[in-house]
Design a protein around this ligand. Structure first.
Ligand SMILES: [Zn+2]
Ligand SMILES: [Zn+2]
Length: 176
């Protein structure tokens, strides 16, 4: 969905839209969309400077970074963004980007706003680097692969025993 700036009126534009699965190019190795994406925002503008205030809501199907199990996570991302027309000149562009660095300002071509891209970005930004099924997830044992959420596997014990037997072996040699 694009919003043509030429078509904007003076009053705020209220957009409510539901994207079907596959209509939003959201891509992450450990998460995919599980439900349609609901977006609801108000766009105001001053000439070609835009201000967008709204939210994105959906449910993702995720894979836990620790235990590799699948889980669903609801995403509710609130956002407030400003967009300015992208300056043509690259040098000038760098200066402007520096100037706006702290201001959370994005750029667009000055002709139309790519809403799909904005929505996909907001979903991405709302996610942490690593997705875990729950904070207390214990993950998998790195030796036997058992899911430690189901209880301890015994590898830790074995490892202690192994270290101890090496020590005993060493002592025996010293005594000889
Ligand atoms: Zn987990
Ligand atoms: Zn184990």
């Amino acid at each position: 969905m694009f919003i043509e700036i030429e078509d904007l009126r003076d009053e705020p534009l209220h957009v409510r839209h539901t994207y079907g699965l596959g209509e939003i190019a959201f891509k992450r190795a450990d998460a995919v969309l599980a439900e349609p994406v609901l977006t609801d925002f108000i766009l105001t503008h001053k000439d070609r400077d835009l201000h967008v205030d709204g939210s994105v809501k959906t449910i993702l199907r995720c894979r836990c970074a620790r235990c590799a199990s699948e889980f669903r996570r609801e995403i509710v991302a609130r956002f407030e963004l400003s967009y300015a027309p992208h300056p043509g000149n690259i040098k000038e562009n760098e200066e402007i980007e520096l100037k706006y660095e702290d201001m959370d300002i994005g750029f667009y071509d000055g002709v139309r706003l790519d809403v799909d891209l904005m929505v996909a970005e907001q979903i991405e930004l709302s996610l942490p680097m690593k997705l875990v099924c729950r904070d207390e997830c214990r993950g998998l044992c790195y030796r036997c692969g058992r899911d430690l959420n189901d209880g301890p596997c015994g590898c830790a014990q074995e490892e202690r025993d192994a270290r101890l037997s090496v020590l005993l072996e060493f002592r025996k040699k010293m005594d000889e």
